[in-house]
Every structure is written in C-alpha cells, then in structure tokens.
Design a protein around this ligand. Structure first.
Ligand code: KDG
Length: 351
C-alpha cells in the first residue's frame, strides 16, 4: 500500500563548484534531480509511503539514482532498467543573484525515461495509491510519455487523486506546443500547481480567476507567487449560485479583489471556489531549484493528512523553505512535529 505514486524522469544532476556562467565552471558535484522523485523523496522523508515509477539505464548513473532515491525510503520496485538507453543527466549553474536566472543543460534526449509509455508503465503501478503525482516535464520528453500521461489521467473508477505540477521547462519545449499540451493535461487533473511566472509565460496571465477560467477541471488550483504568496482556489460542494469566491481565510494582501472574482468554472455549475491565500515566509535563498517540488510535497502531505487549506499551503511553504536554503534540488523537510508547530503559529508570524 502506498500513499503517493510519482511518475517521471530523474537524472543525475551536476551542481557547479562555483557561481558564474556554465562556460567558466571548472568542476561539478554529483547530486540527483527530477521533479517527481524530488516529491517522492520529500514525502517519504516526511513520513509518507511514496513510490517512484520511472525507467533508468543499466549504467552506473541508473544505479546511483535507484540507490539514492531508495535511501530516502521511497519504493523503487517499479522502476525498470533499460539496457539500450542511458540514464539522463543534467548540468546547471547557480542562479544569478540579480536576475535569478541560471543555465540548465540537459543530456536526456533518447534517455531510458523518455521510453516511458502506456506499454512500459502499466496502470497497475499506480493503482491503489491515494495520490498520483505527475508533472508537465514528462509531457515534453516524448510522444510515448505524453501518451502515458493521457492514459494515467483518463477518468476511471477508483483513479487516485491526480496531482499535476505544470513545471514548464522552456528548454524542453522548442516546438511551441507547451501552452496547449500543458493546459489540456492540467485540466484532466484533480489538483494543479502552477507558478505565476510559468502561467504568464504559457498562458499570458497569472490572474487566479483567469487561470481558473482556463482550467475549470481540477477541484483545486494552487497558484504560487514565488517568494510572495501561494493561494488555492478550491471548488466547494456543487451548489447553485453564481460563479465566485465563497470566502477567504488568510489574505496576504494579494491577489487583490480582481483575483477573487469569477473564480469558479465558466459555467458556474460546479459551485463557487473558496480562496485561501498564505504569504510565504522570508528565507535566505541558496538555490531556488527544487523549491516547487518541495512545495508540492508539503501541500500533498497536508492533503494526505486531511489538513485544511491554510495548513496545506503553510506546509507547502515550510518544505519549500527547506529546499530554498539548500544547494541541491532536494532537501530534507522539517520534522513533522516542528512543521506542525510552525504551521500553527498565528497570522502575525506568517504575515
Ligand atoms: O524541479 C526541479 C527540477 O528542475 C530538477 O530536479 C530537474 O526534473 C528536473 C527537470 O526536468 O528540470
């Protein structure tokens, strides 16, 4: 029995020995990355039963990924080895302090994970979980991977709650299809997480109501505004009435009144959304890479524990804070008792 299954590619990640452009970095340190395994590892470290499903090569990088992810307590029994394709790797630089930009170079075309498909990843590997976590990165890997996401998100009795992190990686989408492909997949999920920066890039808006109109499908839509706030628009039980927001719990100053209107699906038939906004704690950022995955893990942890919307967002922020203050893509989350104490602090501490 597992709580969460995360399906997606992981890579051996090479972190720079010093800041600056890639051309000037003389050495790299090996670590691991991969949005979905980051979420699985963080959830396992936070005490949940997590499974990671993927494909890796029969090379030493595949061994290292399997060993490292399993050491977090993640079930890797459904990861398959591909003798014909390599494990993906990637190199990155540190973010530039002024612009927050960093360089990423992927060596993952034709990787073992890009051969994930409905044939190589049977539905049985995700069946029975409470949550299935997927991301938009998988959709960029190959047509087979896209077909797999379609298969896994198809409506069927007993389907786990599908969580979809949009995770737009511009370097993987050269053909201009990302906006439509990612919108369509996100709309098939039950829970969607998206950053305001990627929403702007993909769909030209980060306004919560406008995003809700684009994505009427998911019962919950989480919009993360980097260091400022995270909010969730959640469909309340279907009841008649005009589209709109039923209430707010914790308003952090944004998104402002325009973000609170017309937030239900375009038909309004599913009832209004409840809007909950939680400001992010201030932290000294070491590396922002992986913070989105940690946020997703915190939010999902809260979901598994049946916490209310404000607590789910706060746990998302707390796990993101741990990732923001660590150099790699993956960081140990705060211990649950400590996270619960921090999440329970009053609005003055969270303001
Ligand atoms: O979410 C952090 C990821 O960017 C990183 O771990 C690698 O999955 C990855 C990707 O495709 O960028």
């Amino acid at each position: 029995l597992v709580d969460v299954v995360c399906v997606g590619e992981s890579m051996v990640t090479f972190l720079p020995s010093r800041p600056g452009p890639l051309a000037d970095v003389p050495a790299f340190t090996r670590a691991i990355g991969g949005a979905e395994s980051n979420v699985a590892c963080t959830l396992a470290a936070a005490g949940h039963r997590a499974r990671w499903v993927s494909r890796v090569g029969t090379d030493g990088f595949g061994d290292h990924l399997l060993d490292t992810v399993a050491a977090y307590g993640v079930d890797t029994g459904a990861v398959r080895r591909d003798p014909h394709r390599p494990t993906g790797v990637y190199f990155r630089t540190d973010a530039d302090r002024a612009t927050d930009a960093h360089e990423v170079v992927y060596y993952r075309a034709g990787s073992a994970a890009s051969a994930m498909s409905p044939a190589t990843v049977p539905y049985a590997t995700v069946a029975g979980a409470r949550i299935l976590h997927l991301t938009g990165i998988t959709a960029a890997l190959s047509a087979d991977c896209r077909a797999l996401l379609h298969e896994l998100t198809a409506p069927r009795p007993g389907r786990p709650l599908v969580s979809f992190d949009v995770n737009h990686r511009p370097a993987l989408w050269r053909d201009g299809t990302a906006p439509e492909v990612l919108r369509e997949l996100a709309d098939r999920a039950d829970l969607v997480l998206v950053g305001t920066d990627e929403a702007e890039r993909l769909w030209g808006t980060a306004d919560p109501a406008a995003l809700r109109a684009l994505l009427p499908g998911p019962a919950a839509l989480v919009v993360k505004d980097g260091a400022r706030t995270a909010l969730v628009l959640e469909r309340t039980a279907a009841r008649p009435g005009p589209p709109g927001v039923a209430g707010t719990e914790d308003t952090g100053g944004t998104p402002g009144p325009e973000g609170s209107e017309g937030a239900a699906g375009p038909s309004g038939a599913t009832g209004p959304d409840t809007l909950t906004v939680v400001p992010a704690p201030r932290v000294e950022v070491v590396s922002a890479v992986g913070a989105g995955d940690a946020f997703a893990a915190g939010f999902l942890s809260g979901t598994l524990r049946g916490l209310d919307a404000r607590a789910r967002l706060r746990h998302g922020h707390l796990m993101a804070a741990a990732a923001l203050t660590a150099p790699g893509d993956l960081a140990a989350p705060p211990r649950r008792a400590r996270a619960d104490r921090l999440a329970a602090l009053g609005a003055d501490a969270w303001g």
